[in-house]
Design a binder for this molecule. Sequence first.
Ligand code: R5P
Length: 297
Amino acid sequence: MSAGRLLFALPGNEAFARRLAGELAADVEVVETRRFPDGESYVRLPVEPAGRVVDLVCTLAQPDERFLALVFAADAARELGARQVNLVAPYLAYMRQDCRFRPGESVSSVSFARLVSSTFDRLVTVDPHLHRHHALSNVYTIRADALQSAPLLAEWIGANVARPLVVGPDEESEQWAGAIAARIGAPHVVLKKVRHGDRDVEIALPEFQRWQGCQPVLVDDIASSGRTLAVAARGLVQQGFPRPVCVVVHALFGGDAFQMLSPLCGRIVSTDAVPHPTNAIALAPLIAAALRGPAPE
Ligand code: R5P
């Protein structure tokens, strides 16, 4: 007999999984993991998943540390009779290396998609970095839902920022900046960025004087080194604007990125796709609505 869906949180995802389970009125458990003395991973599911739809909840910031345990948990669920094994990854890793920029490079977005597709029945994620891959279906062979957080970001900006000017720091951010601005009836501008290295970006700002009096709000999908937002923030302040509010979907903030960026911004907020002190926008209702949809046979 089927007993409804069962969420398993991978370590570090307990709080998000509980919020999601609350939305779904589903059971939630935490996958037991530890390292053997040789550094290999031990994984145990604390309850039997036979006959259940299983959702493994694991955001994929720092994926190399997490992915093997996730695969072992998914295989265990399937071997123990789960009816369906899904991956709920609010942040989906390895989407930015979407072509061979230099000879000999690995196109990790394709390799990672193959690994996930061979392990899970369905992927649910939020705002994956779709640029040269126009849809997850270009690389994922399983059902892969790319949910959009723009309405939630727009709602937060509309409620918290007076006279916002929505600024996308590069051409890829047009998809978020345009959608958010249209939703709250605000002006938006998209800047031009050239990346010279992991922590080295150059951004051209147009003449902004016609928007004086507005509060700039930088929106981007990912803050990683924080350099994109930092360079854009400095440029705005140089043009006489107040320090911008930054709104990001995925607060990765590697190394000293957050400390470096904070003094340049009026406020930084993020969704809870990746746990971080800036989390202010909850994604569980959005993901729960997608999971509540009809499950494949
Ligand atoms: C890439 O173009 C993304 O949209 C982000 O702008 C980028 O990943 C941010 O990276 P960083 O924080 O390292 O500048």
